[in-house]
Design a protein around this ligand. Sequence first.
Ligand SMILES: O=c1ccn([C@H]2C[C@H](O)[C@@H](COP(=O)(O)O)O2)c(=O)[nH]1
Ligand SMILES: [Zn+2]
Length: 157
Amino acid sequence: MKREDFLSWEQFFMTVAKVCAMRSKDPSTQVGAILVNNLNQIISTGYNGFPRGVDDDKFPWSREGEWIDTKYPYVAHAELNAIVSARTNLTDCDVYVTLFPCNECTKIIIQAGIKKVFYLEDKYKDSNEVKASKKMLDAAQIEYKQINDFNVKVSIN
Ligand SMILES: O=c1ccn([C@H]2C[C@H](O)[C@@H](COP(=O)(O)O)O2)c(=O)[nH]1
Ligand SMILES: [Zn+2]
């Protein structure tokens, strides 16, 4: 008899996105994103971090202070990294991301032709950035779906 407790595609892809987030060196919020095509193939992965050549031991990780002295001007978002790393056309791909995309990532998601956004956390839902994201996704008729029943535990020895 076949196993019944296998991961669904949604659980599987979000688990991979969570694992990608574990690569992030951001001390407060680690974000992972993956792109999946209509054959359920993972096309690309990304996580939030500084761009290539921007030394993450020399640039700031802080959230507060003068904007130029915080991480915000420098960090490349997980969705951006996944999209620019993809080596194929992204039309009709889905994105799985561990945090609801900000407005800048949302613009890139829309322009890349991505069809659906699956997300886990929405901790900045009251921010103007996320409100703007939702307005743009609604206008562009791109669906977004929160994975609610995510209780996957991965333990690898
Ligand atoms: O769409 C998004 C939004 C945010 N991120 C990254 C950028 C930062 O590294 C963190 C957010 O840091 P806070 O300390 O929680 O403000 O998340 C992203 O990758 N994608
Ligand atoms: Zn973003």
